[in-house]
Design a binder for this molecule. Structure first.
Ligand SMILES: Cc1cc2nc3c(=O)[nH]c(=O)nc-3n(C[C@H](O)[C@H](O)[C@H](O)COP(=O)(O)OP(=O)(O)OC[C@H]3O[C@@H](n4cnc5c(N)ncnc54)[C@H](O)[C@@H]3O)c2cc1C
Length: 454
């Protein structure tokens, strides 16, 4: 069977594309959804069942429909959740909301497109032409579609260490993918944990450990030791401040302008919020060198100021730091060896470059996603070898055009092939969170609907 559209993936991007397709495509059309995650639409972010795992974006900005911004807040009210538009709902609830919105569209059997859920992973693209695309799936089947939307996410970053620097005997202590939360049940209450990375994933894991009854030490090691900033409580939140961009796009000049705005009285969080609607445009105005400079020197700072934690999360995390349960080390991981008292984690301290080490029972990789590009996906690696896709020149996923159409090796749009989500960060940069992905998903679905109508 030749589907009109295949959506490959099972996270937020996939459900957002599917919801939009269901609203746009009439009954005779057909959609296949290819993914093997349990709980379609939840992906890594929204499958957690821990109530302490909160959204980091206020509920009023998390509707899956850009044109109906209150939709998620209304769902929260209907379900008696005590979260207002400026509050931070649990991520588990957000997953339920997405499931409900999809389910209500699927109930309209008469008018909607036909949808098949295919529980599999796409492993290879064996044909790609004007007539359509054919994918191999890991269940042995082939899937053909006129249009395909790749919603693959960007996967987990690897351990920031060459494999030769990890003692095989210590391997069983390393949690490479902390999103498989089953590792928590193997942790003893007084075990010492080493978390690599100090961003949002680290905070999530620390809180999940506490909920699981862990009361031991947690040592956090990251290159800079920077921790995510927090959103203030709603009554102290500043309005968005329009950034003074000026003409220059040199990162140092832009930064100096923003610093001056803050010195002159602007709230820095308000300024970050004011930057958000113009970030994609600003990114596209940067040269390759300017983008590279930003990634080299600014990324760690951007992340901690841009991706802030909910105030409720901060008030749980801060006391753990204050009481010395969580300690933060800035340095470069050098080796993980098995020793008499667990794993010995060695690193070079950031400023002094002095060798340091500590023992840990568990080492958890929370270095996040910033370095993940095409390499994490066997499907994308094969497509790259065939020249069907080209990686972004700075390693930020796939090359796509302004309409999210995937570009081939010659930088020409592949007919009928789109990508949605953080895989397209090279083109858009600000494309990792719901407020941006939902717009991209709607545009891609509309473009596909237009070609099918034409
Ligand atoms: C812990 C966490 C918390 C977050 N919190 C927020 C928040 O509060 N607010 C916000 O706006 N954003 C948040 N984000 C950002 C989040 O990344 C996006 O909101 C969104 O979930 C991204 O969804 P995605 O579908 O693009 O990627 P993912 O959720 O990573 O999903 C990708 C899916 O594709 C599947 N897949 C991969 N390869 C294949 C293949 N070959 N065949 C079939 N399927 C495949 C994977 O199994 C996976 O299910 C958070 C992210 C994380 C990790």
């Amino acid at each position: 069977m030749l589907y009109d559209v295949a959506v490959v993936g099972s996270g937020f991007s996939a459900i957002a594309v599917t919801i939009n397709l269901l609203r746009l495509l009439p009954a005779p059309t057909s959609i296949a959804i290819v993914g093997d995650d349990p709980g379609f639409g939840r992906g890594t972010a929204y499958r957690t069942e821990f109530y302490v795992h909160r959204l980091n974006v206020p509920a009023g900005r998390m509707s899956v429909f850009p044109e109906r911004p209150d939709d998620f807040v209304e769902w929260l009210q209907e379900h008696m959740r005590q979260v207002s538009a400026d509050g931070f709902a649990s991520r588990g609830d957000y997953g339920l909301y997405l499931r409900d919105r999809l389910a209500s569209l699927l109930r309209d059997h008469e008018r909607r497109a036909k949808v098949d859920f295919v529980k599999a992973k796409a492993t290879d693209c064996i044909h790609c032409s004007e007539a359509g695309l054919v994918f191999h799936l890991d269940n042995g089947a082939e899937l053909s579609a006129r249009n395909v939307v790749l919603c693959l996410g960007i996967g987990n970053a690897d351990l920031p260490l060459a494999s030769g620097k990890v003692d095989a005997a210590a391997e069983s202590r390393i949690v490479r993918n902390p999103w498989r939360l089953s590792w928590l049940s193997r942790v003893g209450p007084s075990d010492t944990i080493c978390i690599l990375g100090s961003g949002l994933t680290m905070v999530d894991q620390v809180l999940a450990l506490r909920v699981h009854g862990h009361r031991g030490r947690i040592r956090v090691l990251s290159r800079r030791g920077l921790l995510p900033q927090a959103h203030p409580p709603a009554d102290r939140r500043a309005a968005a401040v329009e950034p003074e961009l000026g003409r220059s796009r040199e990162i140092s000049v832009l930064l100096a302008r923003f610093r001056k705005q803050v010195r002159d009285g602007a709230d820095w969080r308000g300024l970050m919020d004011g930057l958000r609607p113009v970030t994609q445009k600003l990114w596209q105005e940067l040269t390759k060198e300017q983008r590279a400079r930003f990634l080299r020197h600014g990324l760690a700072w951007w992340n901690v100021h841009r991706h802030r934690i909910a105030p409720e999360i901060s008030s749980r995390f801060e006391p753990l730091k204050r009481d010395g349960i969580v300690t933060v080390h800035a340095g470069f991981l050098e080796a993980i060896e098995e020793g008499p008292r667990g794993a010995l984690v060695s690193y070079l301290e950031r400023q002094s470059h002095r060798p340091r080490s500590f023992n840990a029972d568990w080492i958890v990789n929370c270095t996040g996603m910033e370095r993940a590009g095409v390499a994490h996906s066997p499907l994308l690696r094969k497509m790259q070898r065939q020249g069907l896709i080209s990686p972004d020149e700075l390693g930020l996923g796939l090359s796509v055009d302004q309409g999210s159409r995937v570009l081939d090796q010659q930088k020409e749009p592949q007919p009928g092939l789109y990508a949605v989500g953080a895989l397209t960060a090279g083109q858009f940069w600000e494309i990792t969170a719901v407020p941006d992905i939902r717009v991209q998903a709607q545009r891609a679905a509309s473009a596909i609907a237009a070609t099918l109508r034409g």
